[in-house]
Design a protein around this ligand. Sequence first.
Ligand code: ADP
Ligand code: ADP
Length: 231
Amino acid sequence: GPKMTARDVTVHYGPKKAIDKVSIDVPTDVVTAFIGPSGCGKSTFLRTLNRMNDTVASARVEGDITLDGEDIYATSMDVVQLRARVGMVFQKPNPFPKSIYENIAYGPRIHGLASGKDEMDQIVENSLRRAGLWDEVKDRLSDSGTAMSGGQQQRLCIARAIAVDPEVILMDEPCSALDPIATAKIEELIHELRGRYAIVIVTHNMQQAARVSQRTAFFHLGQLVEYGETS
Ligand code: ADP
Ligand code: ADP
């Protein structure tokens, strides 16, 4: 079955309805693009998939969202664990103001994924390799994660998400702050990660959706108006 499901999901910010009865499946074998004009609710809906809106006091979520069949809004859900299983990459690259190594090691340390330094080094190396960044940074892991180009910072953020062994990676307009060459690298990376992780990418760019996704969800005024194979 699908990695995630959403059924009749409605999201309010106070009296404002930002998402209206949206239902989708997020499979692992294809990349899903959320597309639509600014303000149509793409980002809101993406954020409900890992409870990122929990911190917005006015936000209220109705409907059912599952991860491997488990209700992610159940009171028994460990939200810290959920956000490792469902990783998020933002529009503006946001590495921690720490070393490249520490950007990757932080999550695995919190989640107890490495039993010693060798294992942590391996996680750091593997995560950076999967994000296509290892060869560029292997000789300067002590440099600050914020001292790299925008495209490298965004790949570092993808590596940071990968480091805690996620099942789903949510990307909210991950290329809109990047130049065309850095954008092409991220798009190439999404192709390489496809199948290993369930990937959802929010974009307002139809051409990008066509390049990176196999399934598209079109949003308009908070509603899912079209959903199917990317054409
Ligand atoms: P998109 O990602 O498609 O641009 P958003 O999900 O950001 O759309 O926004 C959907 C609607 O919800 C918009 O009308 C926006 O103004 C509103 N909205 C988004 N975030 C908040 C918030 N924190 N509080 C109140 N309204 C919000
Ligand atoms: P420091 O506290 O020394 O500044 P950093 O957080 O900057 O440490 O991270 C540097 C770390 O990267 C060191 O612990 C070092 O052992 C580790 N390291 C160096 N080379 C490699 C490598 N090839 N693979 C994995 N880890 C490495």
